[in-house]
Ligand binder design. Structure first.
Ligand code: SAM
Ligand code: SF4
Length: 322
């Protein structure tokens, strides 16, 4: 099992398969994707070596992310490669939902278990203002389809003072009748979004207080669960998760490692640099990969320094997948 010097265990791998994205989310890629790096993304055989190496070290859950992962034509094969790796019990994906309605069948057939879909507003005009795309209706239909196919669905919404701060009531009405977990994510500062962050960051704590005061209960966290705080209410089909990276002890329950689309290991979303493991992947050398991973994990720090405005090498989260 991958374990760091603080006793944290890493059974969860977040794997970015591309940094290309077709959306222009105002907090992430406001000017759209700029092709300023090579697009030498991990190939399917490299992904196979990677996931098998992680699986041998105790990884049981993989989340495929991006950029926008559904833009890769070999996505079903990537899902299948992850699902077939020994010991992998759960394959998840985070997507903007652009291809959800048309492609969900293929993803499920390939072995996808759960999906996080980003919806920052349930108002179609606000959704378009945030993402640059008028796609809310098809994404919502895609979510219904995914639920009908038995996929566990979470919806990610980034909290932004000037855009969706007043939308909690709208989201709550939707959760009454929709069996998804809504994850309200505090906006994180990245290298590129400082001014936007200063104008829009809001804490999730007042929402937590509001939920507790209106009959929502906090779920007891499983020891292996990540840093989200989850809430339930018997009148609602859906649940709520709060992700508050600026809160005390957020990093204590860190259970994930990240791989960039070009094969760099990131020990933290806000690490100084990615660590190159591509040579072992190119050589399809799983045992060298395992030795390297164990060695590199020794450098993982106790926490990020986001509260001090230190965002590491992360210019925007499309680089690494959130
Ligand atoms: N393109 C896919 C999507 O949007 O779901 C996957 C990649 S995206 C980087 C993963 C998640 O990170 C999304 O839910 C997105 O809303 C979130 N995200 C991006 N930038 C963020 C930021 N600065 N602060 C908080 N969440 C952010
Ligand atoms: Fe693309 Fe996801 Fe970033 Fe939006 S949040 S621009 S969909 S990578």
């Amino acid at each position: 099992m991958l374990e760091d010097k603080f006793g944290r265990r890493f059974h969860y791998l977040r794997l970015s398969i591309t940094d290309v994205c077709n959306f222009k989310c105002n907090y992430c890629l406001p000017d759209g994707y700029a092709c300023d790096s090579d697009r030498d993304f991990l190939t399917l055989p490299e992904i196979k070596t990677l996931v098998n190496g992680f699986a041998s070290l105790g990884t049981s859950k993989i989340r495929i992310t991006g950029g926008e992962p559904s833009l890769r034509k070999d996505l079903p094969e990537i899902i299948e490669t992850c699902a077939l790796a020994p010991n992998i019990q759960h394959v998840a994906m985070t997507s903007n939902g652009y291809k959800l309605e048309s492609d969900i069948h293929k993803w499920v057939d390939a072995g996808l278990n759960s999906l996080n879909i980003s919806i920052d507003s349930l108002d179609p005009r606000m959704f378009a203002a945030i993402t640059g795309h008028n796609k809310l209706e098809t994404i919502l239909r895609g979510i219904d389809k995914a639920i009908a196919l038995g996929v566990q669905v979470k919806v990610n919404a980034v909290l932004m003072k000037q855009y969706n701060e007043q939308e909690l009531t709208h989201f709550l009405s939707w959760l009454k009748i929709t069996p998804v977990t809504l994850r309200l994510i505090e906006l994180m500062q990245t290298g590129d979004n400082q001014a936007f962050f200063n104008h829009n960051h809001v804490s999730g704590l007042p929402i937590k207080e509001q939920l507790l005061a209106s009959g929502w209960g906090q779920l007891i966290r499983d020891k292996a669960a990540g840093p989200a705080q989850e809430f339930f209410h018997s009148d609602y089909q859906g649940k709520i998760g709060l992700i508050m990276p600026y809160s005390k002890d957020f990093c204590a329950s860190c259970n994930r490692l990240r791989i960039s689309a070009t094969g760099k290991l990131h020990l933290c979303l806000f690490a100084d640099q990615g660590l190159d493991i591509r040579p072992s992947l190119r050589a399809a050398d799983s045992s060298e990969l395992q030795t390297k991973l164990v060695e590199l994990l020794g450098n993982k720090e106790a926490t990020h320094w986001l509260q001090d405005g230190f965002t590491g090498a992360t210019k925007h989260l499309a680089m690494l997948g959130g």
